[in-house]
Design a protein around this ligand. Structure first.
Ligand SMILES: [Zn+2]
Length: 69
């Protein structure tokens, strides 16, 4: 599935792939603090590249291609 963030298509930083699977992740406070990611507000969306497995994190859930039409 393709995703868009800020009107720009998300591409894998590693392999340049355009297909991802997403999952909503609840971050424990201690975990967010440990990673200095308090701005994540305990919830984030992880996009996993279906080709290589690279994971990208988004604070706001990226839109899918179908939602963008
Ligand atoms: Zn990739």
């Amino acid at each position: 599935m393709k995703f868009y963030a800020a009107d720009k298509q998300v591409r894998c930083l590693h392999c340049g792939g355009e297909s991802f699977s997403s999952r909503q992740v609840q971050l424990n406070t201690w975990f967010a603090t440990f990673l200095n990611l308090d701005w994540l507000n305990r919830r984030a969306t992880a996009l996993e590249c279906t080709a290589c497995g690279q994971i990208q994190w988004f604070k706001q859930k990226p839109t899918t291609a179908s939602e963008n039409d």
